[in-house]
Ligand binder design. Structure first.
Ligand code: ZN
Length: 416
């Protein structure tokens, strides 16, 4: 590993912060001037390496180091941030990838055993148009064109027009799917953005996959009635039924084996005045689990409970699906390689699922063997200027991720 310089990655991330952040945090929002400047800075770093750089039809930037084999190992990340974001989310992944390309160049004289490609996905955050994973979902083919065509930012600018301004033809974005043609594996390093590794006092973790999500609106319908004249036993109280759901989702999550989470994130009542029994109560329910069958059970149990509470209170209940995505379990052999790389670097390894979605879910969904590595987040916080990770952990993650790259190169070669 003599060629790898993890301290350089930390120094480069600090340089990047210097010219892309203000007193409120990182401002590398996709397709803005600062993001364009970030890309130019990244290209300068890549110019020093024997890599071919091009931007695909969806605006994703690829740096390709040709190897002995056409089969390619992909390393992914995103230089864009949310407005007032942190200094590590997304760009740590890319800059660790640049350092690893430097190491491969030195060690293999510019020609590693398999082709290695670094990708900076366009608009991972979806901060401007409210649609995450734009570039990677165009590449995997899962992007819903009709929906994306209609997206507008807060100034009324349509996504296709914003893309035209940076030279991307919206109608052709899915043509970049060809970039995955020779992909043999996809690896992504990321800050955890949550408190799990922090609470365990561990620097690094191997990620098992991204959660599946079921998101629904549940509306209970009863009868508005005078709060003074209606005896308690005569009420058809929509809020009472909804309130029982609040306790029930904790039991449902507990029964899921501890791996699931359920959240009632909003509650609105009608008529919503202090002198009336609630006629309509609408709550939203977000359920997540790494296992598809467990997620389906959590959803079924929530539906059964809502019907039971509706019966008990003499009200009705209706469900409406708002959004859904399948769990994306990562490749079992790559999870093993990731855990081994972590163990060699810091002696102990932990496995955990990812609650947030990441670009890695897209190549994974398109059938490319995928794994992610997480590094601890201080405060367990991200999408905030206080987002941070200890420098010793940043250096350790570059070392461990480099080991994972080397193991995966050999894994791809062995399969040929
Ligand atoms: Zn990210």
């Amino acid at each position: 590993m003599a060629f790898l310089d993890p301290k350089r990655t930390v120094a480069e991330l600090k340089d990047l912060r210097r010219f892309t952040a203000d007193e409120n945090g990182a401002q590398r929002v996709a397709f803005t001037k600062t993001w364009v400047a970030t890309r130019a800075w990244l290209r300068k770093k890549l110019e020093a390496l024997p890599v071919e750089v091009h931007v695909d039809e969806a605006g994703n930037l690829w740096a390709t180091m040709r190897g002995e084999s056409e089969r390619a190992l992909l390393i992914g990340g995103h230089m864009d941030s949310v407005p007032n974001g942190g200094w590590l989310d997304g760009c740590l992944n890319v800059m660790a990838g640049v350092e690893i390309l430097r190491r491969l160049n030195e060690q293999y004289k510019g020609r590693p055993p398999v082709t290695v490609r670094l990708v900076d996905w366009a608009d991972e955050e979806g901060a401007r148009f409210g649609k995450s994973l734009f570039g990677s979902s165009a590449c995997s083919g899962s992007l819903n064109m009709a929906e994306a065509r209609g997206l507008k930012d807060k100034d009324g600018v349509a996504l296709p027009d914003a893309l035209k301004a940076i030279g991307v033809d919206f109608e052709r974005v899915k043509e970049c799917g060809k970039e995955l043609k020779d992909a043999a594996a996809y690896l992504e390093l990321h800050i955890e953005q949550g408190p799990v590794l922090l609470d365990l006092n561990l620097p690094l973790g191997a990620v098992l996959g991204t959660f599946g999500v079921e998101r629904h609106a549940i509306t209970f319908h009863g009868q508005a009635a005078h709060s003074g004249s209606t005896p308690m036993n005569r009420r058809r109280d929509a809020f009472l039924a909804a309130a029982k759901m609040s306790l029930e989702i904790y039991r449902i999550a507990e029964r899921s084996g501890g791996g699931g989470v359920c959240t009632i994130g909003s509650c609105t009542t009608k008529p919503g005045i202090v002198t009336s029994v609630v006629e309509d109560c609408r709550i939203t329910l977000d359920q997540r689990h790494l296992d598809a069958a467990a997620l389906a059970t959590m959803l079924r149990e929530a539906k059964e409970a809502s019907e039971r509470f509706a019966r008990e209170g003499n009200v009705t209940v209706a469900w409406e699906r708002l959004w859904q995505i399948e769990p994306r379990p990562f490749h079992p052999e790559l999870i093993e390689l990731c855990a081994a790389a972590i163990k060699e670097t810091c002696g102990v390894s932990h496995r955990l699922p990812s609650g947030p979605l990441h670009d890695a879910a897209e190549p994974c969904g398109a059938g490319v063997p995928t794994v992610m590595m997480f590094v601890q987040s201080l405060h367990g916080i991200s999408h905030n200027k206080i987002e941070d990770t200890k420098e010793e952990h940043l250096e350790a993650c570059v070392v461990a991720f480099d080991r994972l790259v080397e193991k995966t190169l050999r894994w791809i070669s062995a399969a040929e």
